[in-house]
Design a protein around this ligand. Sequence first.
Ligand code: BT5
Length: 326
Amino acid sequence: MVRNEILTLLAGQRGEFVSGETISQRLNITRAAIWKQIQALKEAGYEIEAMTKNGYRLLATPLSLDEWAVQNHLSTDRLGRKIYLYGELPSTNEQAKDLAKKGEEHGTVVISRRQTAGHGRMQRLWESPHGGLWMSVILKPQLSLADASKITLATSVAVVDAVREMLGLNVGIKWPNDIVYEGKKLVGILAEVVGEWTTVQTMIVGIGVNANIRREDLSPELAATSLREILEREFDLNLLAAQILNQLEQEVTGLEKGQFAFLRERWLERAVGIGKESVVQQGNKKYEGIFRGISADGQLVLQIGEENFSFSAGEVRLRARNGAYY
Ligand code: BT5
């Protein structure tokens, strides 16, 4: 894409001017075509200075989502090397599933600025207004189905590390698939297998981050917060998306190498509620005990009396004994 090539050329000069002539020669396009592209880039939020004598220079990239700007921050081999960015979609997970069925490769990413039918587990609605990061990654990992279920744990660690490193916020993991801040949900993760694992070995990891959205843009009854509410400012969504993908690729590679014990250790360090009185709800049944973390095969462990019981993620809810979250 010419637009992205212009950006790469300008970014390569790190804030210095690049002449119209250089761009024109390198990309084999007319000066008028360059000018048109620059106008479009400015509309997309890029700050570009244009001077008749010196040419163009890139001063700032946008905070809002842009495919080139995400890729500019990537250090991955495969994840995010191909990105589909949409203004609006029903659900990025559904779109990623369709693309995966049509043969899209490992690492392809789908992002939408807004979702009209975002969903969580068991088709629960996921509110996805403009300003959030609604992203799905197609993964074809070299894992058994049993190990594939650990992708949610790997994604949780990846997201926590990205948010902590980039924004310095002490977010934690709420089993099985939430990232929370001071007891409020900030991120939801949804990993889904596409087709039969034995034949296609494909999964979709959906990550929904309440990023640059105002709290008022979510329903008041949710125990939710957003990064914008916490930070009291907007920040670079492209950098956040890239950091998550950078971390996620490392985590997936670790799992493929069989390093689950190491992942489990880091998951436990980042989890909230361990050692606390908790309630596990399985259908109509409620179990009260102490949350002891996850077992060597990734199941939730609840200590009831002197005994430990394990539960798998699909079927249960975990709550603090006296409230929704820890
Ligand atoms: C989740 O489900 O937490 C997984 C959400 C995954 C969303 C991403 S966005 C990109 C991709 N595309 C999709 O269509 N999905 C993924 P679960 O644990 O089932 O929690 C769902 C519950 O969270 C709802 O029933 C609400 O109570 C609550 N909720 C809905 N929207 C929320 C939001 N924006 N922030 C916090 N809580 C929310």
